[in-house]
Design a protein around this ligand. Structure first.
Ligand code: ZN
Length: 74
């Protein structure tokens, strides 16, 4: 019984880890991309064309909207 619980713990831990690292891999693909690469997305605020990088890392917004939202005084 004790051994079974241990096995379940490890398989659950492995599952969670593999999911998050896979997510991370997908995100890291766009992290190093240029801001004008794969312009396949639209800004969720003004509908301007945005890159995969902005979609993943700038909250789905173009540079303008992102800066306005997060750096209103910058
Ligand atoms: Zn925008």
């Amino acid at each position: 019984m004790k051994k079974k619980n241990q096995d379940e713990f490890w398989s659950e831990g492995y599952f969670a880890q593999s999911v998050s690292s896979e997510d991370m891999k997908i995100k890291m693909r766009t992290f190093h991309m240029k801001h004008d690469e794969e312009m396949d997305f639209n800004c969720k605020n003004c509908k301007a064309k945005i890159s995969a990088h902005n979609n993943d890392w700038h909250d789905g917004m173009c540079d303008n909207c992102y800066n306005k939202k997060y750096y209103p005084n910058g």
